[in-house]
Design a protein around this ligand. Structure first.
Ligand code: GLU
Length: 463
């Protein structure tokens, strides 16, 4: 059975890139009837925080990414300890007591001679007795892996064959001590013990893969298959960064992007369905997802595309659904009614934009009298047009204040071929602004009393 994992370090908020990694893992598992494992990699005690873990879990749940198993590496220190001890006993890893200063001097000497810097392996030569003696004296140390000096070749499911010369890396540090394993080591142990079949992660981890393969080999473990996802790039092809766009998933949530839109959008960051289509639900994506169709080249993050998708998803909500979802985006005391939701549905890219649009329903903005004029019509005509509208509107009962009826009774008053001379001043009188929903929509939302009072105000202004 396919078993994949998403293994975030809880050292910050969940980024779009992390969300994409989680989603691709989840899609691969679910499309194959497999399991998705969430593993919190919190061995870095200084940098890991509970807030970050909460942000990650919340973000995944919001997107609809569910997990079948959950682990936290800090709960597994005893396990790593056993594997570290075994690796040392087997003479495949060793204690290193070199000081920072020694290492720095060694590095500089190599660089001065034109060699790439790498650890000399000096502490490999320490006798067992010497090691025990230094440990008993509580000498500062780390644990290094004896990296075999050879080429590592593996088949990446996205990138094809990848080769690394491990002899360039030197003996890497795999733990600060028996109780503080580092990333490459803990990952290797966990991927094996958790029966991970596919490691799907960002391209930035490509250079870790040979280390993990060699570590697995040294511990007699089978390594999983690897798939490295393409980088996410800004539209100018630079690496996606805070400078160009929001990177935290919760920023998108707070701005009023819908999870359906985000899922749809990030699934296209490196993958495309066989047929050309833009809008796909999580279910549709799951049934069409194929890992071997993920591209190697960078995936462009185009916010305009996201906005476009989000606008479509908002527009496909019912007014009732939209009114519910918009709640957190409305200021104190404002309630988005179903009629308002219906009138803004097709006009917004994000839920956060609703406030700006519906503001006019709650209070009439101050506006310049000249704005009431359609083209260069005189103010006297504005007054008379609004007055005739007012007379008709006065006669309609409150319950008939709906768009269809209002349009029916007002249309005959609008001059043929020049309908703007009635509808423009009317719309401005009702909204106080240059751009807004149409006059009938606004009146339906405002109701009779408020509509008439706004028109009367405009007439007074224009006189
Ligand atoms: N903890 C690593 C990270 O957050 C996981 C990398 C991996 O998937 O192996 O980048």
């Amino acid at each position: 059975m396919v078993r994949v994992r998403f293994a975030p370090s809880p050292t910050g908020s969940l980024h779009i890139g992390g969300a994409r990694t989680a989603l691709f893992n989840w899609l691969h598992a679910k499309s194959q009837g497999g399991h998705f494992i969430l593993r919190i990699e919190d061995t870095d005690r200084e940098r890991s925080t509970p807030e970050s873990e909460a942000d990650i879990l919340e973000g995944l749940s919001w997107l609809g990414i569910t997990w079948d198993e959950f682990y936290r590496q800090s709960d597994r220190i005893g396990i790593y300890r056993e594997y570290l001890k075994k690796l040392i006993d087997d003479d495949k890893a060793y204690y290193c007591f070199c000081s920072k200063e020694d290492l720095e001097a060694e590095r500089q000497a190599l660089v001065a001679q034109g060699f790439p810097p790498k650890y000399s392996g000096r502490c490999r030569a320490l006798s067992k007795e010497e090691v025990v003696k230094r440990l008993n004296e509580n000498k500062e140390h780390v644990i290094r892996f004896k990296v075999p000096e050879r080429e590592v070749v593996f088949k990446d499911l996205i990138r094809g064959q990848v080769k690394f010369d491990a002899s360039l890396s030197g003996d890497v540090i795999i733990a600060k001590n028996l109780d503080q394993p580092l990333y490459n080591f803990a990952v290797t142990v966990d991927d094996f013990l958790m029966g991970i079949t596919h490691v799907i992660r960002g391209e930035e981890h490509l250079s870790n893969t040979p280390k993990q393969i060699l570590l697995a080999e040294a511990m007699g473990m089978n390594a999983p298959q690897f798939a490295h996802l393409p980088l996410i790039l800004n539209t100018d092809r630079s690496k996606m960064s805070k400078r160009m766009s929001d990177v935290a998933l919760h920023d998108y949530r707070n701005k009023g992007y819908l999870p359906q839109a985000i899922v749809n959008f990030i699934s296209f960051l490196g993958w495309h369905p066989r047929e050309d289509k833009d809008m796909m639900s999580l279910d549709q994506i799951t049934s069409e997802f194929e890992l071997n169709r993920v591209q190697k080249g960078g995936a462009i993050f185009n916010v305009d595309k996201l906005d476009w998708l989000n606008a479509h998803y908002i527009n496909s909500l019912t007014p009732e659904e939209l009114a519910g979802m918009a709640k957190p985006f409305m200021p104190e005391g404002y309630e988005l009614t179903i009629a308002m939701a219906a009138s803004v549905k097709g006009r917004i890219k994000t839920l956060a934009e609703i406030q700006g649009i519906v503001d006019l329903f709650f209070k009439l903005p101050a506006y310049d009298t000249e704005l009431l004029k359609w083209k260069d019509m005189p103010l006297s005509q504005v007054t008379s047009n609004l007055e005739s509208a007012l007379t008709v509107l006065n006669k309609i009962g409150e319950s008939d204040y709906n768009q269809a009826n209002l349009e029916k009774v007002l249309s005959p008053l609008a001059p043929e071929g020049n309908r703007g001379e009635l509808f423009w001043p009317l719309r401005v009188a009702l909204s106080g602004s240059k751009a807004s929903p149409g006059p009938f929509e606004i009146m339906e939302v405002l109701g009779k009393q408020e509509s008439l009072s706004r028109i009367e105000k405009a007439i007074t202004k224009a006189r």
